[in-house]
Structures are given as C-alpha cells and as structure tokens.
Design a protein around this ligand. Structure first.
Ligand code: ADP
Ligand code: MG
Length: 263
C-alpha cells in the first residue's frame, strides 16, 4: 500500500540540512580527538544521500550531529534554515521526535516489548492516546510487511524482521527525515534488500534519507554519495540512479532556484 506523502499540509518545514565548516572533537582523557574537521555540505528536502567512508572516518559523528543527538564543537548547522546551536534541549527533543526517524545497525529495540510496543514509542513520547498509538503502530508494521508479527518480541524475530520493526518505529511518527547508521550492517543479503526496498519507498513518498554505510552496494541505492575520510568530505557525487527527486538540484542559474524557493 502506498505511503502518504510526507507533510501534506506543510505544518512543519521540510528538512534542509546545511553544514558549514562543521567540526567535532571528543575529549578522551588528555587527548582531543577530531572526528570531524570542517564538513560543509547541504542536503535538500527529498534527497537520498549515502555517506560512505572507512571505519573511524566520522560517519556516525556526522549522523549524530545531523540528528541533533550531539552538538558540534565548531562551525554551523542549520536545519530548515534555523541554527541548531540556538535551540533549547526541549526544542531539540521535539525535532528528534517529530521530524526525524532513526534506524541503527543494532536495531535498538527494547527486548521485553512486543513489536507494536516498540513501534509506538515515538508516539508515547508525544503523548498520543493508546488507541491511536496502537492503530498507527500496527499500520506501520503492515507497511514493512510484518502484519503477522505485531505481538512478537524482538527475540522471536529474525535480524531482518527486527530491523523492519525498527524502520516501522522510525516512520510511525511520519518524520520528513530518515537517518540510518549502517542499517544493513548486521543483515544478510536478502534482509538487506528488503530494508533497502523500504528506504526506496520512503524516498519515493517524499522523505529525505541520509544513510550511512561502508558497503558499496548499499550506497548504490542512493542518488548521491558523500565520501568521508578522516573527518572531511573527500568527494560528493551524484549517481546515475533512477527517478531523481522532484526537489533535487535545480538547473544552473540562480533564477530557477530562486523561483522554486519562493513558490
Ligand atoms: N564518544 C567518543 N569519544 C571519543 N572519541 C570518539 C567518540 N565517538 C567517536 N570517537 C572517535 O571519533 C572518530 C570518528 O568516529 P565515528 O564517527 O564513530 O566513525 P565511523 O562511524 O565513521 O566509524 C574515531 O576516531 C572515534 O574513535
Ligand atoms: Mg559508525
């Protein structure tokens, strides 16, 4: 069944990620570890971007910053035009809950809760009523092909099924941005394909997707690939992939972009 378009009524602005000279250092004892060393890029609404690079290159750090899970130590991050450093912790929590869906390599499901109880969590934090939560969680599980696993606990599901539960949890709140950190890292090739097909559907329904991976085949599903190495973007390439998003890069000439932006 088709997914609804993200943000049909435009109640929240679509995510436009703008990173300017973003740096992030971690203090480890007496040492400063520079995980990001001046990352500048922007991601438009509706894009599907893969971030690839070797282990330790800063991919997860970048995702944590984009997802407002961590703060940068230098530079600027604007989300939908708003400087994230000016936001309060409450505003950031609200953004994480309403506008972003997260998928992690380790699934991060709560083992004691059934599939639908895991999926409903973002709605619990929003204070939705139980019947609404249940209905939306079951619908999200149907979308990922798990209508018959609603009452199963994570331990009773395969890895691929667990990750589909996690994808259902990421989309239950209808976020416009999906951030996935090595989502297929623990999956076999069949389950990998299933999860990537789901991301394709989410992208086709208008969501922005940023997917971190170190697997070339996974990155090939994205429309744009950012290569990161030693905390810096090494290259930024558009793949010859299918169906470019409607909101993709405008043709050259500022007037076309300006017209689109004012519409
Ligand atoms: N919480 C942390 N404390 C100290 N160093 C960290 C922390 N998180 C990441 N790092 C370091 O930052 C660098 C980038 O890490 P990370 O973003 O996790 O890379 P990747 O996801 O590409 O493997 C690594 O050198 C890592 O050791
Ligand atoms: Mg990582």
């Amino acid at each position: 069944m088709p997914l609804p378009r993200a943000r049909p009524q435009g109640e929240a602005p679509a995510p436009v990620i703008e990173l300017e000279q973003v740096g992030k250092s971690y203090r480890a004892g007496a040492l400063d570890v520079a995980a990001l060393r001046g990352v500048s890029t922007s991601i438009a609404a509706g894009e599907y971007v893969a971030v690839v690079g070797p282990s330790g290159s800063g991919k997860s750090t970048l995702m944590h910053i984009i997802g407002c899970l961590d703060v940068l130590t230098s530079g600027t991050y604007r989300l939908s035009g708003e400087d994230v450093s000016t936001m309060t912790e409450v505003e950031l929590a609200e953004i994480r809950n309403r506008r972003i869906g997260f998928v992690f390599q380790q699934f991060n499901l709560l083992p004691s809760l059934s599939a639908w109880r895991n999926v409903e969590l973002p709605l619990v934090y929003r204070g939705e009523r139980r019947d609404v939560r249940r209905r939306r969680a079951v619908r999200a599980l149907e979308r990922v092909g798990l209508a018959d696993r609603v009452e199963h606990r994570p331990g009773e599901l395969s890895g691929g099924q667990q990750q589909r539960v996690a994808v259902a949890r990421a989309l239950v709140g209808d976020p416009s941005l999906i951030l996935a950190d090595e989502p297929t890292g623990n999956l076999d090739s069949t389950a990998t394909r299933d999860v990537l097909d789901l991301f394709d559907e989410l992208h086709d329904s208008g969501r922005t997707i940023v997917l971190i991976t170190h697997e070339q085949e996974v990155a090939a599903r994205a429309r744009r690939v950012l290569h990161i190495r030693d905390g810096l973007i090494e290259s930024d390439s558009t793949t010859g992939a299918t169906s470019p998003p409607a909101t993709g890069p405008q043709p050259t000439g500022t007037s076309a972009a300006g017209t689109a932006a004012r519409r």
